[in-house]
Design a protein around this ligand. Structure first.
Ligand code: SAM
Length: 264
């Protein structure tokens, strides 16, 4: 397996730093009976220690050249359910069956946001996710108002999940090394009762428009979405900019837009 040529188009950067791998396994802290699913097991850098500790795992790998190696790991160490597929096509709710899964993975960075939002579409079936991502993406995911990197990703994600940035990982922990720093993030989907967004489409429209022109005041950036009175009704100053508005206010505005449209 060491002869495998890393494929750039599949975001293949294989972890080899034992200390980092151990930190990830400890952050996940798998408990007996839990159903753990790994996205992109690759050559098994995380899979093997997780299997040794947990005794069983489902893995979703797209690269057919890595499947034989995963069968070998399954025979040598403990049973793996190997799903040879693009994770974006996998029905995670069906995979969870009657229970809920925990997702882990050192993700292919080129499709990390689509994977996150695909997982959130199956939020009811997911307990939590521990992912390695580009640090710059983790910073945006976890940012709060006032931060330079607070934006659409922060708001869209935090409305549906709690996000915790856990620790930074340098390029040297991977082979081949990526050009950027990485970080491990924990994402815990909110339960349906906990999600205040009443209509996904209205919320998404508000957030997209607000950050689409982040240098403009909200009065201007949101002019095609709602009027000033509606902003003021949820406590938003129309002279403010998107980067200063917290997630709760964006949700309140999305809900107000939805209600005003339902009244028409
Ligand atoms: N977990 C391994 C490690 O830490 O060394 C590999 C991580 S590597 C960054 C990303 C892995 O995701 C690769 O094994 C790659 O083949 C796989 N992958 C890429 N695109 C995928 C997709 N759409 N669905 C499932 N796996 C994918």
């Amino acid at each position: 397996m060491s002869s495998h040529q890393a494929k750039k188009q599949l975001g293949q950067h294989f972890l080899h730093d034992a200390g980092i791998i151990d930190r990830i396994v400890r952050a996940v802290d798998p408990q007996p009976g839990e159903h753990i699913v790994e996205i992109g097991p690759g050559q098994g850098a995380l899979t093997i220690p997780m299997l040794r500790r947990h005794g069983g795992l489902d893995v979703i790998e797209f690269d057919r050249d890595l499947i034989a190696g995963l069968h070998d790991i399954s025979q040598r160490i403990a049973p793996l359910q190997i799903i040879h597929a693009d994770v974006l096509t996998v029905d995670l709710t069906a995979l969870a069956g009657d229970g809920r899964i925990r997702l882990i993975g050192n993700l292919p960075y080129n499709i990390s946001s689509p994977i996150l939002f695909h997982a959130l579409e199956h939020a009811d079936a997911i307990i939590d996710m521990h992912f390695m991502l580009q640090k710059e993406v983790v910073d945006r995911m976890a940012a709060g108002p006032g931060s330079k990197v607070y934006g659409r990703l922060s708001v869209m994600l935090q409305a549906y999940a709690q996000v915790q940035s856990l620790f930074k990982v340098p390029p040297g922990a991977f082979r081949p090394p990526p050009k950027v720093d990485s970080a491990v993030v924990r994402v815990i989907p909110r339960t349906a009762q906990d999600i205040a967004v009443r209509d996904r489409a209205s919320f998404s429209r508000v957030v997209q428009a607000a950050f689409g022109q982040r240098r403009k005041t909200l009065r201007n950036a949101l002019s095609s979405v709602c009027d000033v009175a509606l902003m003021e009704s949820v406590g938003i100053d129309p002279g403010d900019r998107a980067e200063r508005i917290d997630v709760a206010r964006f949700i309140a505005l999305g809900n107000a837009v939805h209600e005003s449209l339902s009244r028409v």
